[in-house]
Design a protein. Structure first.
Length: 476
C-alpha cells in the first residue's frame, strides 16, 4: 500500500464522502500506510462524477460536435441531406438526446467503477452508506443494507459535497422543471428551454442546449452573463449568444416557475412571464453539512452552512479536516481533490504546501470556452496589484483563421516591474487545454520573457500566448 514514511503507527483515517476530495484523500492516506475507510452515501466519485462535472462535460462534448458542424460551411463542408442547398446542416445532422444521455450516464457509472476498483486495489475499506460524526474521533456509518458500524479515527475527512439550491416557487419535478442533476433523464431535446441562472452552470447548459438544437432563453438576475468571470470574456460569450439567437434576459430575477401541462411559465420579479417547454433551475448549491454531527464535534460553519477550513484543510474540530464543495472554498473538482490530498499530507506528517487559490486554473465549458488563472483584470484595475496587461484577439492568429475561429482572445497579466506572469485568460475552443502553459507560468513564477523564449508550433493557437508574452517585454 505504498510508502509508510511519516506514519509511526498505523493511523486510522475515516473519510465521509467519496467525491474527488474524499477519494483522492483516501488514496494519499493509503499510500502513506494508514488504515483507510471511506463511508460513501452517493456513489464513488460523488456529484462530480455521477451528476455534475463528468455528465455535463460529456453532454458538452456532443454540443461541441454540433458547434463544429454549424461553423464548417465556411471551410468548404457541404451537407447534401439538409433542408436547404447543402450550405446549412439543418436536417442533415441532428442530435438524438436519448442516445447522448445514455452515453452520459454510462460514462459516469464507468468512471465511478474505476474509482471503486482503484480504492479497493489500494486496500481502502469502502462502506456504502451514510456517515456522521459522534465526536471528532468517531464516525458512525449507517450502511445501505441496514444496521450500524462504528469506526474510531485518528483523522476524519469530511467531503460530503453539495446539492442544487431550489427556489421556493420553482420546485423541480424531474420532467419539465429540472435541476442540473435531472437533465440526463430527458429522452428528447427540449423545444424551448428556459435556463434560470447565468453563473457557470447556467451558462454552460444554455450554450450546450443551444448547440444541440434547443431554443434557449437565459434568465440572468445580474447585468451580464458570468458576472464573476473576466468582463471581456463574458462580453465575447454574450456576443456569440446573440449571434446564435440565444436570448439573454439581463437584470431579470425569476420568482416562480410553474408547470402547465407540457409547458412551463417563468414569472419574473417585474411581472413579466416567459413561456417554454422546459426550465432548468441553476441558482447555486447548498452544502451537505446538516445533520451529520459537525457542530457537535466542534467544527465551525459559516452562515451558508459551509465548513470553515484553513489552507491545509483543517476545521476547528481537532483531527477533523474537510474538502470540496462542503467547504465553499472554490467549487471545482480539482480544488476538492487538492484539498483532500493536502489534508492527508498534513495529518499524516508528510511534506505539504498550503492551498494557493491564485494558482488554480478554471474553465467555463461554453462555446467558446473561457479559461482563467491567477490575478484578474478587475483586480488590476482596482489597484490591488501593479501590473501590465495585453489582450490579443484570436482573429489575427493564422491557425484560428484556418479553423474558422472568429471569436476569442488571449490575455496575459504580468507584474509591472518584474514581468512575472500573474494571470491570464483564454477564450477559445478548448481553452481548457490552452490555459495550462499560463497556469505553469503562474505556478512557477515565470516571467513573460521565459514564456516568450519557448518555441511554439506554427501555426497554433498557443502561438498567441507566446505573442502576448513578447508584447509584454520591456527592455532591460
Amino acid at each position: 500500500m505504498g510508502n509508510n514514511a511519516g506514519v509511526s503507527a498505523r493511523a486510522r483515517v475515516v473519510v465521509i464522502g467519496g467525491g474527488p476530495g474524499g477519494y483522492e484523500a483516501a488514496l494519499v492516506a493509503a499510500q502513506l500506510g494508514a488504515d483507510v475507510t471511506v463511508v460513501d452515501d452517493e456513489g464513488l466519485g460523488g456529484a462530480a462524477v455521477l451528476t455534475d462535472v463528468v455528465p455535463s462535460k460529456t453532454l458538452v462534448a456532443a454540443a461541441e460536435v454540433m458547434t463544429l458542424v454549424g461553423t464548417s460551411v465556411e471551410l468548404g463542408v457541404r451537407f447534401p441531406g439538409s433542408h436547404g442547398d447543402g450550405r446549412d446542416p439543418a436536417g442533415a445532422v441532428v442530435v438524438d438526446l436519448e442516445v447522448v444521455n445514455h452515453r452520459v450516464k454510462a460514462l459516469a457509472m464507468a468512471q465511478s467503477a474505476d474509482i471503486h476498483r482503484r480504492l479497493e486495489a489500494e486496500g481502502v475499506r469502502i462502506v456504502p452508506g451514510r456517515g456522521r460524526l459522534e465526536g471528532p474521533n468517531r464516525v458512525v456509518a449507517s450502511p445501505h443494507g441496514g444496521g450500524e458500524a462504528i469506526f474510531e479515527a485518528d483523522t476524519v475527512l469530511v467531503s460530503t459535497g453539495a446539492h442544487p439550491r431550489e427556489l421556493p416557487d420553482a420546485r423541480p419535478d424531474g420532467e419539465r422543471i429540472l435541476t442540473w442533476k435531472q437533465v440526463y433523464d430527458l429522452d428528447a431535446l427540449p423545444e424551448r428551454l428556459i435556463v434560470v441562472g447565468s453563473g457557470v452552470t447556467g451558462a454552460e447548459f444554455a450554450s450546450a442546449y443551444d448547440a444541440l438544437g434547443s431554443q434557449v432563453v437565459l434568465v440572468s438576475s445580474r447585468h451580464r452573463v458570468l458576472p464573476s468571470e473576466d468582463a471581456d470574456a463574458a462580453a465575447v460569450l454574450e456576443a456569440v449568444f446573440q449571434r446564435r439567437g440565444l436570448q439573454v434576459l439581463a437584470r431579470s430575477r425569476a420568482e416562480a416557475v410553474k408547470r402547465e401541462g407540457d409547458a412551463v411559465v417563468v414569472t419574473l420579479a417585474d411581472g413579466r412571464t416567459v413561456d417554454g417547454t422546459h426550465c432548468l433551475v441553476a441558482v447555486g448549491s447548498i452544502p451537505n453539512t446538516a445533520g451529520i454531527g459537525l457542530a457537535e464535534a466542534g467544527a465551525r460553519m459559516a452562515g451558508s452552512g459551509h465548513l470553515e477550513v484553513d489552507r491545509v484543510s483543517r476545521t476547528s474540530a481537532r483531527g477533523v479536516y474537510a474538502a470540496g464543495d462542503c467547504t465553499g472554498v472554490l467549487a471545482l473538482a480539482s480544488v476538492a481533490a487538492m484539498q483532500g490530498r493536502i489534508a492527508m499530507w498534513h495529518a499524516l506528517g508528510d511534506a505539504v504546501t498550503p492551498l494557493d487559490l491564485r494558482t488554480v486554473a478554471a474553465t467555463v465549458f461554453t462555446a467558446p470556452e473561457i479559461a482563467s488563472v491567477g490575478w484578474t483584470q478587475a483586480e488590476v484595475e482596482a489597484g490591488e496589484v501593479p501590473a501590465r496587461t495585453v489582450k490579443l484577439p484570436l482573429a489575427t492568429n493564422p491557425r484560428a483563421k484556418m479553423q474558422g475561429i472568429h471569436d476569442g482572445f488571449v490575455k496575459l497579466i504580468c507584474g509591472a516591474r518584474t514581468g512575472e506572469v500573474l494571470g491570464g485568460v483564454v477564450v477559445a475552443p478548448r481553452a481548457s487545454e490552452l490555459i495550462f502553459p499560463v497556469a505553469l507560468a503562474v505556478e512557477h513564477r515565470l516571467t513573460v520573457d521565459d514564456v516568450a523564449h519557448a518555441f511554439t508550433v506554427y501555426p497554433s493557437l498557443s502561438g498567441s500566448i507566446a505573442e502576448a508574452a513578447r508584447r509584454l517585454h520591456t527592455q532591460r
